[in-house]
Design a protein around this ligand. Structure first.
Ligand code: IMP
Ligand code: MG
Length: 179
């Protein structure tokens, strides 16, 4: 078995430059007032922190825990809410902040859950998108980067909880099969 290797796909500078562009777009698109950023734990934590600070308008944020993956690289197909929001989003402009859209199972489920709470609007901002992997439809209003079907880690993204604190997004090569 070959050695596990990390190859930089998106550098820290590329990521930060793109986030400034996304923030400018979001600032321009939304009517005046507060945006409620809802980040999905844990992968979206750095994207949320950087996007929130790049916005020039008032924003509040909260976190939601949702999991569709086991410990390895493959989807368990199950989606469950592991931590709910702390506040009501009724009447609010909600922007879901996610690290990556893969099959779309997670976001498809989450958008349905949030819509039942009668927000004024729900949109999605995802740093990364693997469009070729989609199993469920998801409308992503703000995409940082479309990437090929490779397993990536860093900038919040993990493999079995490792690599989240890398500053770049890297392709993880020769990954051991999950036990
Ligand atoms: P989906 O429900 O298949 O769209 O999966 C979305 C979730 O799977 C993301 O929030 C990530 O946590 C995880 N995921 C999907 N692709 C990758 C990847 O390449 N690296 C790390 N995590 C991933
Ligand atoms: Mg995630």
């Amino acid at each position: 078995m070959a050695e596990t290797k990390l190859r930089v796909l998106l550098s820290e500078a590329q990521i930060q430059a793109r986030i400034r562009e996304l923030a400018a777009q979001i600032d321009a698109d939304y009517p005046s007032g507060i945006i409620y950023l809802v980040a999905i734990l844990k992968g979206a934590c750095f994207f949320m922190a950087d996007l929130a600070r790049a916005l020039q308008r008032p924003a509040r944020f909260d976190f939601i825990g949702i999991s569709s993956y086991g410990k390895g690289k493959t989807s368990s197909g199950e989606v469950k809410l592991t931590k709910d929001l702390d506040v009501s989003i009724e009447g609010a402009d909600v922007l879901v902040v996610e690290d990556i859209v893969d099959s779309g199972v997670t976001l498809n489920y989450l958008v349905h859950v949030l819509q039942q709470r009668r927000p004024h609007s729900v949109r999605i901002a995802a740093l990364l998108d693997k469009p070729t992997r989609r199993l469920r439809p998801v409308e992503v209003s703000y995409v940082g980067f479309q990437i090929p079907d490779e397993f990536v880690v860093g900038y919040g993204l993990d493999f079995a909880e490792d690599y989240r604190n890398l500053r770049d997004v890297c392709i993880l090569e020769n990954v051991p099969a999950p036990k």
